[in-house]
Design a binder for this molecule. Structure first.
Ligand code: NAI
Length: 261
């Protein structure tokens, strides 16, 4: 727990499921006021609010598409109108789909880039603008991926979007450092969420992924959420422009483990 997070106002995008949901619950437990953006009504964001309130937390929900400028502006307006400020913005929403690149349609390319990269840009821009206007030394956190580092055949659009988020984050961290606004990424490895549900329901595919993880197991959303709480807290007050990798060692060349290679 980080006592300095008490009463901070946080927006999390794509937060009705998976990693975003875990981050929302974690910030609520840290006594933050949480604005949960969701995309699809069938993700039942009302249930998440209920769970947070049952634990004594405070949360609001707002539907919207992170790739739409007006929607992202509405998220910030809701935080301001409901809780009077904005301290932390987590760009979590993201999508992927598997396609051999010679068949990757422009439509798929744009859908992934618009959500993962443009959505993150819009969130960073609106959050920074608000923090600058209100003299708030806030924290912006982007959930990128190990694929901001690791190339990924058949997911070239996803890797391109996350690689873009890396240099976006680093550029903005440099730009806003004089204003005390910190910008960082979290790069999860393989985490057990709906995005991977199909893949991990196949035991062979799941085993194949586990072999890529030196710690030997698929991560849990809470293990990513604890990185977000740390990065937002004063314990990370000297941390900006960096990626906190939460991947069980996946990016550390597991092929070279134990004398191999
Ligand atoms: P998820 O599928 O549960 O979460 C993604 C969320 O984004 C969903 O709630 C979805 O409705 C929302 N979303 C999709 N398009 C949106 C849009 N246009 N506007 C607003 N919300 C939108 O999957 P997960 O794993 O929780 O993903 C969260 C983030 O973590 C993503 O950015 C993903 O790329 C990243 N990530 C996940 C990893 C994993 O193994 N689960 C590994 C590395 C990164």
């Amino acid at each position: 727990m980080y006592s300095d997070l008490k009463d901070k106002v946080v927006i999390i995008t794509g937060a009705a499921t998976g990693i975003g949901k875990a981050i929302a619950k974690r910030f609520a437990r840290e006594d933050c006021k949480v604005v949960i953006n969701y995309f699809n009504e069938d993700e039942n964001p009302q249930k998440l609010v209920q769970e947070i309130e049952e634990e004594g937390g405070t949360a609001s929900i707002i539907q919207g598409d992170v790739s739409k400028e007006d929607d992202v502006q509405r998220f910030v307006k809701l935080a301001h109108d409901t809780y009077g400020r904005l301290d932390i913005y987590v760009n979590n929403a993201g999508i992927e789909n598997e396609v051999p690149s010679e068949n990757l349609s422009l439509e798929d390319w744009q859908r992934v880039i618009n959500t993962n990269l443009t959505g993150t840009f819009l969130g960073c821009r609106e959050a920074a603008k608000y923090m600058l206007d209100h003299n708030i030394k806030g924290s912006i956190i982007n959930v990128s991926s190990v694929h901001e580092i690791i190339p990924w055949p058949h997911f070239a659009h996803y890797a391109a979007s996350k690689g873009g988020v890396k240099l976006l984050m680093e550029s903005l961290a440099l730009e806003f450092a004089p204003d005390g606004i910190r910008v960082n990424n979290i790069a999860p490895g393989a985490i057990d969420t709906p995005i991977n549900a199909e893949k991990f329901s196949d035991p062979e595919k799941k085993k194949g992924v586990e072999k890529l993880i030196p710690l030997g197991y698929i991560g849990e959303p809470d293990q990513v959420a604890s990185c977000a709480a740390f990065l937002a807290s004063d314990q990370a007050s000297y941390v900006t422009g960096t990626t906190l990798i939460a991947d069980g060692g996946m990016t550390k060349y597991p092929g070279f483990q134990a004398g191999k290679g």
